[in-house]
Design a protein around this ligand. Structure first.
Ligand SMILES: [Fe+2]
Length: 423
């Protein structure tokens, strides 16, 4: 196995290669070493990982995602990981096909490798144990690998040390203020809740990446995802898709005035946000809550302190490209802190501002609804994308996924001073 040099003469770059297939770019990524002005292949026998950008129909606004192949997740070398890391921060979501054999341990190790200093705490830590947290019913922890959670739908006899357990795919009717009528429920659906995987309270920093492995996927049907707002927007989606949108597109869609506002403003999240929001109801597009005064009163939340409240930038900077993503968990926002030192603390106003900034970024042409196949391992950049559960399963449609993310060692970086901001 070859390891990466620390720097100096051992600088690395990626070489790309164009295949002869029409309309089809393959990026065969190989590491080469710069020695003086010459480029030399270091080791022709090392694994060459193939990173192939996802292709979308004409008119699509999706500008992220890549398929990755020719890689052994169970035995990942440092060189392999360097390629995957660079691809992840470039493409934001990587799809590895036929990975059903990958162990929970290897899934955890791949996830942890993005932030080894982050330790080994699941992204939500123990906050999901709070009885009222809306996350609690949706997760089952693998006993021998507690950073890996089992999610899905239906009754499962046994899996990885868990026996005879019930999985419940979140349904929008349990979270939205309105819902699709029962007779239409198998044909039509909604985005359940657009979010970032993050505790957003205490010392748990938002995970850098999340991995999702599709162990069992019920086949076939498609549904129409309705926004059910004044736009009439709809999106044709595969059953039980996970929908992704780009925080970079969300930022780039803003006017110059709004970009400036987004760069300069910080978001204060509610303490214990998943308990706080547990009695409130969502907008029909899943992008934040309605303001009906239904949140759990602050004084009735579990013990909390001002110091443990998280105040994060609206825009998070990509560590490789320097680009800015508009990254806000819309259901957990409570206040906005402005550049002039004042704060907006009227909850309805805060939510309206955040929704106005984010809504263009979830327009149908920007949404990537991943069409899950058994064995798909999806690795996504949790600090550059928002995602949402979608769909409604029938009682007997069994689906089993493994999810892993790790609370990060550092909080996300905000924008650089204006003069050096990358557009
Ligand atoms: Fe999630």
């Amino acid at each position: 196995m070859m390891s990466l040099p620390a720097g100096g003469a051992g600088a690395y770059l990626m070489a790309s290669w164009k295949s002869h297939a029409p309309f089809h770019w393959l990026y065969i990524i190989t590491y080469v070493q710069l020695v003086g002005t010459h480029i030399t292949l270091l080791d022709c026998t090392m694994t060459s990982i193939i990173v192939e950008p996802l292709r979308f129909p004409e008119g699509s606004g999706i500008n992220f995602g890549a398929a990755v192949s020719n890689v052994d997740i169970e035995n990942l070398t440092d060189d392999d990981f360097a390629v995957i890391r660079d691809a992840l921060f470039t493409h934001q979501i990587l799809v590895f096909k036929n990975q059903g054999h990958v162990s929970p341990k290897a899934q955890f190790k791949l996830t942890q490798r993005f932030d080894p200093a982050g330790g080994s705490s699941y992204g939500h830590g123990k906050t999901i144990d709070a009885k009222r947290s809306i996350l609690h019913p949706d997760l089952k922890t693998i006993p021998h690998q507690p950073q890996v959670q089992v999610i899905g739908n239906g009754r499962v006899a046994s899996y990885e040390g868990l026996t005879d357990f019930q999985l419940r795919h979140p349904h929008h009717k349990t979270f939205h203020a309105t819902s699709i009528p029962e007779p239409e429920d198998l044909d039509f659906t909604r985005f359940y809740r657009w979010h970032i995987d993050a505790a957003l309270y205490g010392e748990l920093a938002p995970p850098v990446v999340t991995t999702l492995l599709a162990v069992k996927v019920p086949g076939g049907r498609r549904q129409i995802c309705r926004y059910d707002d004044e736009t009439g927007d709809v999106l044709d989606v595969p059953l039980g898709t996970t929908a992704f949108v780009s925080g970079y597109t969300m930022y780039n869609s803003l006017s110059e005035e709004d970009k400036k506002f987004a760069r300069e403003t910080k978001v204060e999240y509610a303490p214990h946000p998943y308990v706080w929001m547990s009695s409130a109801k969502s907008r029909s597009d899943g992008l934040g809550l309605l303001s009906q005064g239904l949140e759990v009163p602050i004084e009735e939340l579990p013990p909390h302190t001002r110091e443990e409240t998280q105040i994060l930038p609206l825009c998070w900077r990509n560590p490789v490209t320097g680009k800015l993503a508009l990254q806000v968990h819309p259901s957990a926002v409570r206040k906005l802190h402005l550049a002039d030192g004042t704060a907006i603390d009227d909850l309805a106003e805060v939510r309206n501002i955040v929704h106005r900034l984010q809504r263009p970024g979830i327009s149908p042409k920007y949404v990537y609804p991943h069409d899950w196949e058994q064995g798909d391992l999806v690795l996504f950049h949790n600090r550059g994308l928002l995602h949402s559960v979608v769909g409604a399963f029938a009682e007997d449609e069994v689906r089993l996924f493994r999810q892993c993310n790790i609370a990060a060692s550092q909080f996300p970086e905000g924008p650089l001073p204006t003069a050096t901001v990358t557009a």
